[in-house]
Write a protein that binds this ligand. Structure first.
Ligand code: HEC
Length: 254
């Protein structure tokens, strides 16, 4: 009887130990697995269709037309329109409107210089009868730094990001959310091409990396919003937020 008892106790200890090891392994696996899954991004096609860029440019023009003229706001919105027009030209997909996009870009730059509401109105009237070139323009030839400086780009980045923030943090409905993400991606591309006067190559590389994270993140966000995938959309939005904070920490002077 005594012998039996001892044996059972030893058995129990062994079983207990095995149990602990299994439990610990499960715990470690549980801790490691989600971390791995988070690192892996789902492969998706982030190419932005040219038709969607054209829609975004149209929406931008409509918003300028409907906003009461304030010189600085008009200038910023017009420059963003010019950046969108150039994004139509630089898109790898062809569309008949690409022949008209250079005129849209140049008229938008003219609009950005308007001093008065009357001047803006006159230039906006020109936008209604833009002349198409006979040949489609060559992509990626225009110097994007001529369209908008970093301050202007950043104001619009802040504006579009704030509207997405309402959707993802406050649960607001916004039928234009995918379009805001598209514009963010186009603006980020302009940031990549405009390293804000930085001179050291390591700084320039780092700037481009942050801007690329914003570009990719926004392009992914656009796709996930289109799919109605709330979980992935929120994840992409949070990743975008990190790129803002990291780039500001490094390059934004107070
Ligand atoms: C590649 C670097 C970089 C990234 C990425 C970036 N920013 Fe900025 N941001 C800057 C710099 C530099 C400035 C200062 C620009 C200036 O005013 O001259 C700035 C300024 C700003 C401003 C102030 C604009 C003003 O009125 O002066 C806002 C708002 C802003 N950023 C929002 C954002 C948000 C939101 C994101 C992410 C969605 C973001 N930024 C991502 C570099 C970056």
């Amino acid at each position: 009887m005594i012998g039996m008892k001892v044996l059972r106790n030893e058995e129990r200890v062994v079983i207990h130990r095995v149990g602990m090891v299994v439990l610990l392994s499960l715990l470690v696996a549980a801790l490691l697995l989600p971390a791995r899954a988070q690192e892996e991004e789902r492969e998706i096609n982030i190419r932005i269709p040219v038709g969607d860029v054209i829609l975004a440019a149209n929406a931008q023009l409509r918003s300028i037309e409907q906003t009461k003229f304030v010189k600085e706001t008009n200038a910023r919105s017009a420059r963003v329109l010019a950046v969108l027009a150039q994004a139509i030209i630089d898109n790898d997909e062809d569309a008949p409107f690409r022949k008209t996009a250079p005129a849209l870009r140049d008229t938008a730059l003219e609009l950005a210089k308007a001093e008065t509401a009357a001047e803006a109105k006159k230039t906006l009237a020109k936008m209604k009868k833009l002349t198409a070139q006979s040949e489609a323009p060559e992509p990626n030839k225009y110097d994007l730094t001529q369209l908008a400086d970093v301050h202007t780009l950043m104001e619009e980045v802040g504006n579009r990001h704030a509207r997405l923030d309402k959707v993802f943090r406050k649960g607001a409905k916004d039928s234009n959310a995918a379009q805001h993400a598209l514009v963010l991606s186009v603006l980020a591309n302009a940031l990549i091409k405009n390293p804000n006067g930085l001179e050291k190559q390591t700084d320039i590389d780092s700037w481009k990396e942050h801007a690329e994270t914003l570009r990719m993140g926004s392009a992914r966000l656009r796709v996930f919003i289109g799919e109605g995938n709330a979980a992935e959309s929120r994840k992409s939005f949070e990743r975008i937020g990190k790129s803002c904070a990291e780039c500001h920490e490094k390059f934004k002077k107070e």
